[in-house]
Design a protein around this ligand. Structure first.
Ligand SMILES: [Zn+2]
Ligand SMILES: [Zn+2]
Length: 304
């Protein structure tokens, strides 16, 4: 399932400086919830309707990473790394502009820049403002139409089919072509014997634990560098090296492997069900910077 973090701006008054940062699996549906068009969640944003998308960040490899990103974006002062990066900012922008400054600062940190996330702008002036902030070293950004955003979760779901094809490759490569015999070609443990994530070499189909491959790759990395994860993953069977982003698309969990080998009707429909129990609830913060507030130093007030 795809995961996104998004930035909204309130249009409740012409000069409203209310903005909101959240997490979702479906940006279109979530915006409709914020705007009260469909039920569920979004109680805290109800007084500042209507909301529009400013930007949607995509490319998170899993839910935990997306939630971490959301949290840092909402609480930049609580993160030392983001705080350090924010020190370079002379004038703090108001409303969504302030949020875009935080976003840029986050994307420039080693932690987030290595994930090759993408900022998808729906609002052109916001994108121009973002670009005016200075060096964009390795920050991927794109302009999307409202319709593009509506389709985002569908397009990103194709990464779920990437996982299915990774499993297919791995099974094909396994002895006897059976899912039970898929094993890590580094530690030789059977895939089903632990809960560790695996990835599958896109060239030869050999599977390995992500951890085993990462440890192997880190042996050649200078220990004094800030690298937490290697940039490339190499298949120790056929020696091909792929970027981490490709490896992450070719990754799967033992439970996905298990499900893939079960009869079809048992798995169909599961994804839809998950999708409806959207994990984003009302826990996220409304950032209220309504018009008059002039306290430059701390003009982000978190409601609730
Ligand atoms: Zn292993
Ligand atoms: Zn290989």
């Amino acid at each position: 399932m795809p995961y996104f973090c998004y930035l909204l701006k309130s249009n409740c008054t012409i000069n409203s400086l209310c903005s909101y940062v959240g997490f979702t699996t479906n940006p279109r549906r979530r915006l409709r919830q914020h705007n009260g068009e469909i039920k569920a969640g979004a109680r805290k944003t109800s007084s500042k309707r209507p909301w529009v998308h400013i930007a949607v960040v995509s490319g998170f490899s899993n839910k935990v990473v997306a939630l971490m990103f959301e949290w840092q974006w909402q609480h930049p002062k609580a993160s030392r790394i983001v705080r350090d990066q924010m020190r370079h900012i002379k004038t703090k922008g108001k409303g969504y502009k302030g949020q875009l400054q935080v976003l840029r600062a986050m994307l420039l940190t080693p932690l987030w820049s290595q994930l090759e996330l993408q900022v998808n702008f729906v609002d052109i002036p916001a994108q121009s403002y973002f670009l005016s902030l200075g060096v964009m070293k390795n920050i991927r950004h794109e302009t999307l139409s409202v319709t593009d955003v509506d389709d985002m979760h569908v397009r990103a779901s194709s990464s779920a089919s990437a996982a299915r094809s990774a499993i297919g490759h791995a099974v094909e490569h396994a002895q006897e072509g059976e899912s039970e015999s898929v094993r890590c070609h580094i530690c030789s443990q059977k895939a089903r014997a632990s809960t560790r994530m695996l990835w599958c070499c896109p060239d030869c189909g050999a599977a390995a634990h992500v951890v085993c491959s990462a440890l192997q790759a880190l042996e050649s990395v200078d220990p004094s560098s800030e690298v937490l994860l290697p940039d490339t993953f190499c298949c120790s069977e056929c020696k091909v090296c792929v970027k981490r982003i490709i490896a992450s698309k070719m990754s799967f969990s033992p439970s996905q492997l298990q499900r893939a080998s079960e009869p079809h009707d048992a798995t169909e429909g599961n994804e839809d069900e998950d999708d409806e129990s959207d994990p984003d609830t009302d826990d996220d913060a409304v950032i209220d910077e309504d018009d008059e507030g002039e306290n430059e130093d701390d003009d982000v007030m978190v409601l609730a």
